[in-house]
Design a protein around this ligand. Structure first.
Ligand SMILES: [Zn+2]
Length: 77
C-alpha cells in the first residue's frame, strides 16, 4: 500500500471483491442449502449481495453526476 488512506473508489472496489469472495464460499449446494451455513437462505450471501448492489448504486450515481469521469478514474487503477 502506498498511502495510509484509501480513496472512496478503492474502498468500494475492496468491498465488492470481498463480497464476491463471500458469495463464492457461500454457494448453494445440490441440496439447496448454503455449503457453509447449511441453511436454505444463507443470510451471509444475502448481505454480500446487498453490499454489491449498494456499491453499484453509488457507482451509477457518480457516473450520472459526472459522465465519463468514473471511467477515467477506474482506468488509472
Ligand atoms: Zn452461508
Amino acid at each position: 500500500m502506498t498511502a495510509p488512506f484509501l480513496s472512496l473508489a478503492q474502498i468500494r472496489n475492496r468491498l465488492i471483491l470481498t463480497a464476491r469472495a463471500v458469495l463464492r464460499d457461500h454457494r448453494t449446494d445440490a441440496d439447496g442449502r448454503c455449503q457453509v451455513c447449511r441453511t436454505p437462505e444463507c443470510p451471509v450471501s444475502t448481505a454480500a449481495r446487498n453490499v454489491i448492489r449498494a456499491a453499484e448504486d453509488v457507482q451509477a450515481a457518480e457516473e450520472q453526476a459526472s459522465p465519463g469521469m468514473g471511467r477515467r478514474l477506474r482506468s488509472k487503477q
